[in-house]
Ligand binder design. Sequence first.
Ligand code: ZN
Ligand code: CU
Length: 491
Amino acid sequence: MAEQRVTLLQGGLVVDGSAAPGQPGDVLLVGERIAAVAAPGRIPAQLLAGDVEVIDCSGKVVAPGFIDVHTHDDAAAIEKADMLPKLSQGVTTVIVGNCGISLAPVVTDAPAAPLSLLGSGQFRHASMRAYAAAVDAARPGVNVAALLGHTALRMRHMPVLDRPANEAERAAMAADMQEAMDAGALGLSSGIFYEEAYAADVPELVAVATVAARNGGVYATHIRDELAGILPALQEAALTARQSGLPLVISHHKCAGPANWGRTRETLPLIEALARGQEMAMDVYPYTAGSTVLREDLVDGVIDILITGSKTHPEMGGRYLKDIAAQWGLSQQEAARRLKPGNACYFQMREDDVDRVITHPLSMIGSDGLPHDERPHPRLWGAFPRVLASYWRERGLLQLEQAIHKMSGMSARRFRIGERGLLAAGFMADVVVFDPKTVRDGATFEAPRQFSEGIEKVWVNGVLSYTGEARAAVARAGRFVRRGQGMPPSV
Ligand code: ZN
Ligand code: CU
């Protein structure tokens, strides 16, 4: 048998991802797995025979590598395979294919919006199996688990998108869903907020989601409306999941637009009520700005809008729409029309709403980072350390154990990722060591590509892959992660 790498993480505060209180302890990594977690000095001696690399973790927190449940890293995992924006935050697994947008199974050189969010160079995988093989071949810096995007299926199988799918188109989408589940996908995502999927009705979604349900999958959705119509949009998502028989995750839950501020007081009780009758959770990122394609209908003249990129006027990237509009002597809507196609950050949320969602027991953390934006929203590089710094250390809105649970154990359970998300013997050795006194995000809207502070070491599948000292990926050990088998149905 080949000699296995043995690493002892000694004397840290072990926060295991389950939300249980942290305890001083030692964690032993052998090969790609966690071999033991024990009180200080109590790792069985026979496990420590031979060459052991000892890492002093005193004063540090040892936690499961974070799971970013909401990403658009489908193509980045292949073409920007070091995955530094994620690895440098302590993230060891990303879930791709969110918001209805997935690379597989679309083959094109010229992806239309919203698929273009994933860049244009990687639409070459006609099946989830082919995508999984491409991820494994790229050996990215973090693990990759995938949802199949409903909008991608529409764009693949429908000649026009302004109507619900017909019988034959539903059957074609369902066949792709089956292929994806066979290849290990976690389930289905949708983004019926986007024009390209807005005409989809509940029967169309159920036809596809039922296939995911039969195979133990989940359903994540960017709901139809996050503004005035948010309550019916939540009901629609819950109905779709109920009729299909699968667990639901509401993507990046928010109340957008000034007229909607404060309404998490209505949405969260609705989600709680629904969650009593069906499995339901949500993801959230710790910022008051969202980011997506530039759309005039999101320009209300009230909120600040930062242009992060424009095809027609690239020189305007990094400037606020109101300043551009003033310079051009146009209304903001007219200026937005001129800047299209483009991307923008919309300061469309209020902090008390974001705080309420992040501290809610049904939420977990997903960055929603956009790795192909020229000036990405800072959530791409900073979301996870920002939760630790702002929500735990500075404002005390979450306990450390809760914050970590929302980034690891809960995420793995909700999305059916087996053997990850906890520090426990037998689990895969995805681990982060960070300094609780200094951990914080560095990325800002002005300077969005900044390393976080305090993330000291990150292991992926037992391989040391990032060090804060080097501020670099020191290895790439990620792989395509298949849906966990035999996971408990309730979380
Ligand atoms: Zn979305
Ligand atoms: Cu998204």
